[in-house]
Design a protein around this ligand. Sequence first.
Ligand code: ADP
Ligand code: MG
Length: 241
Amino acid sequence: MLAEHEKLAREAAGRDEPYAEYLLRLTELEVAARTANAIAARIRAAGFPVIKEFDTFDFTAVPNVPKQKLLELTRRDWIDQHYNACLIGGSGTGKTHAATGIGLALCRLGLRVKFTTAANLVTELESAQQQHRLDRLLGALERFDLLIVDELGYLSFSRSGAELLFQVFADRYERASLLITSNLPFGEWGSIFQGERMTAALLDRLTHRCHIFEMNGESYRFRESMKSKDDKAAKTAKPKK
Ligand code: ADP
Ligand code: MG
């Protein structure tokens, strides 16, 4: 506000603006600056690996994904209703990109979002447990309106790691939202959590009130790299006579 104050004051004086209006404009500027700062702070706190938005998301690459339904996750209704969301699909199908787009949009709506990977979360939980500060970590996680757990399924966990992850998921059940991405269909989650009983109990809670998206299709990464190879080939190919 101070940075803009002088410019505004000159303008106001030049136009003979009433003092109250000038103050109002100054206050509006201050509020806008604070809102922008708060959003930037929430985005930093969320810990997104890269900043990816939906404006660069090509829905034609995933024709099976209902576009409007996925975009609805950028609104806060599902968070308010403590729904979960799962994005399931092979590598490179845009799960992390979409999860980040959703998280960013919700940060802008004033929600507290945390982005982590399953492997990182388990490591953090295990070290917190060893250092007798698990309760504190669980308490910190509870304060997020949305916990995004990316890449569930690439690594399997030890029994104790799986139990800790289960605890986080169970704690949020009907109280706060989770967004999970996984390369594994639900039927194969037993291999992550070791043991049918824990997997069944977890899936039961996770999917009870859940928006599920199957991001099938070929890998976008793969497709893009093939395209650029084709382009290069086309460029280096000798023109036909
Ligand atoms: P996943 O998490 O499913 O393995 P990513 O979201 O990391 O896949 O996507 C891999 C790369 O391809 C990223 O750079 C991402 O931005 C891009 N990408 C994937 N799907 C799309 C899409 N539908 N539109 C635009 N870019 C995409
Ligand atoms: Mg990913």
